[in-house]
Design a protein. Structure first.
Lengths: 272, 268
């Protein structure tokens, strides 16, 4: 079925297995009564249940919590946080500032994109290994076409978050996960040719999430609020200081590198 | 002696500002790609000329400005059936902030079905296939990129309507109008070869496909086209959100729920 027939069949109704609200009665969340069956869940437990439909052990949830906690930096200079902070300084609402800041986190050189690419690499590499390919060869061919995400970091190649998350991983007994071991082996191979390609936080999170059974899409959704906790302080402080005083830019802060001054309208050939 | 702090700088090829003598944080003059915005362009330049200048760094020819203006009119309101406008109306009906309504329209209208990403992909296709039917034929059957991305795997050829039955009249009218205005070669080639391309795609040309061809003819890059398309579709979303703010939520669709798995043995 396709075209207007398909659309007609879906018009005026929501057919779903995910849940619904029955005002005045109850709410259903993935086949469970939210208030009767799921009321004891903490928020992240409910969040990952909503994403995966699976329940996680207390140890797994502790690890998932830590992934969020260890990268919540209330530093208003960081690009995504700066959006929340500027929203405060410009007297916008916290919801707008934080929503935009989270959206900005889905970026190419940090946040969303490297995370997604990293788990995609690990999941694909595992499949290729199971088909008999050698890891060194996989890494070499990947590098021919593109960079391998999850390794290297702008500004500093050393990631201060990793020792902490790895320590917790060991404490919780997740340090022998096959994706984590794979990620560490890839790091070893990459370091033989480039000393700055240390595993970064996106790479470690992706490997651990893969060990917890997350798919690419599930991990993408899980990592979305990862940096959220650092943002409200950035918003608040700048909402409370004098308006417009966060990173004020004078005309001299703008370095113009464009064409020389010229007259408008442009020459006749442009206008006719 | 007080240590001099390093002054950070924003590098730009677009904008030059000269300060008021009494305040380095206030501009006395502003120059866009070399043109005096308030002293020369204001009252003289059209909105679309300013848009083109900002994105391309050069003023458009009169013909290019006419095409962009016609395209802007065609895209200004996708209408309340469109998902991005629907999203904006969800903001409006509940009394969400103006920015939230536009952010909703942008987020939903950013995707691969009639959204900004569709324009990006369609423009990439134009850059790859140009006006070579055989290259287009191969491109239509090429499997989607297997590399994981933040974007979902495309489910239909970008620029074509997967739910269409035939080429809609507004699509044909827009293509006709823009082709008449354009001296670029893609729009006219698209009009000439539309039915063949639709046959290869397995679905009719969409307005996004016409917009993509027009943007390539206007020399925009795929990234510029994506951004501009997002921008040009916002007026309708804004207007429909504002309209819904005046309406009762009881008049706004809420739709029937068909839940597959109602919990059993519910307490309370």
């Amino acid at each position: 079925m396709k075209g207007p027939t398909l659309l007609r069949q879906n018009a005026d109704r929501l057919k779903t297995a995910m849940g619904g609200c029955f005002p005045g009665s109850h709410a259903v969340f993935r086949g469970h009564d939210l208030h009767a069956d799921l009321k004891e869940l903490d928020w992240i437990e409910l969040y990952v249940f909503g994403i995966t439909g699976r329940r996680f052990t207390a140890e797994q949830l502790r690890l998932l919590h830590a992934m969020w906690v260890y990268t919540s930096y209330p530093d208003a200079r960081i690009w995504n946080n700066r959006v929340a902070a500027l929203a405060g300084s410009a007297r916008s609402t916290p919801t707008l500032g934080l929503s935009a800041a989270l959206a900005v986190t889905e970026a190419k050189i940090y946040g969303g994109y490297p995370s997604v690419r990293a788990i995609d690499f690990f999941l694909r590499t595992r499949q290729r290994l199971e088909q008999g390919e050698l890891l060194e060869e996989i890494v070499r061919t990947e590098l021919q076409d593109q960079r391998i995400y999850g390794y290297g970091r702008p500004i500093s190649s050393i990631d201060e978050r990793l020792p902490w998350l790895l320590a917790l991983t060991r404490e919780l007994g997740f340090d022998q996960g096959r994706y984590l071991l794979l990620a560490q082996e890839v790091e070893r191979i990459l370091l033989t040719s480039n000393k700055i390609l240390l595993m970064n936080y996106a790479g470690l999170m992706a490997a651990l999430a893969a060990d917890l059974g997350f798919s690419l899409k599930e991990f993408h959704l899980f990592r979305f609020p990862t940096t959220l906790a650092g943002m409200p302080p950035c918003y608040l402080e700048n909402a409370e200081r004098q308006e417009g005083t966060l990173f004020p830019l004078s005309c001299a802060h703008i370095r113009y590198e464009g064409p020389q001054k010229r007259a408008w309208p442009p020459c006749r050939e442009y206008r006719e | 002696m007080e240590e001099l702090q390093k002054q950070e700088q924003v590098h730009t090829r677009i904008w030059l500002e000269e300060p008021e003598p009494d305040n380095p944080f206030a501009a006395r003059t502003a120059w866009c790609c070399g043109y005096d915005v308030f002293g020369g362009m204001l009252g003289q330049a059209r909105w679309v000329e300013m848009l083109y200048l900002l994105f391309r760094g050069e003023a458009p020819s009169a013909r290019q400005a006419d095409i962009l203006e016609a395209l802007a009119v065609a895209l200004a309101n996708p209408g309340p059936r469109d998902s991005s406008v629907h999203a904006a109306m969800c903001g409006g009906i509940g009394g969400s902030t103006a920015a939230a309504c536009l952010m909703a329209a942008l987020a939903v209208g950013a995707g691969q079905l009639s959204g900004g990403r569709e324009i990006f992909l369609a423009m990439e296709a134009w850059e790859h296939c140009s006006t070579e039917l055989d290259v287009w034929r191969r491109w239509f059957v090429k499997p989607a990129d297997a590399i994981g991305s933040i974007w979902p795997t495309p489910e239909h050829p970008p620029g074509f309507d997967p739910h269409g039955a035939s080429t809609s009249m507004p699509v044909r009218q827009t293509l006709r109008c823009l082709t008449e205005l354009s001296d670029g070669f893609r729009l006219s080639w698209l009009e000439k070869n539309r039915t063949e391309l639709e046959s290869m795609a397995g679905c009719p040309l969409a307005l996004s496909g016409v917009a993509a061809a027009a943007m390539v003819d206007l020399d925009f890059s795929a990234e510029q086209g994506e951004m501009l398309y997002l921008l040009l579709r916002l007026p309708g979303a804004a207007a429909h959100a504002l309209e819904q703010k005046q309406n009762s939520y009881a008049q706004f669709p809420f739709f029937r729920l068909e839940l597959d798995n109602e919990p059993v043995g519910r307490s309370l």
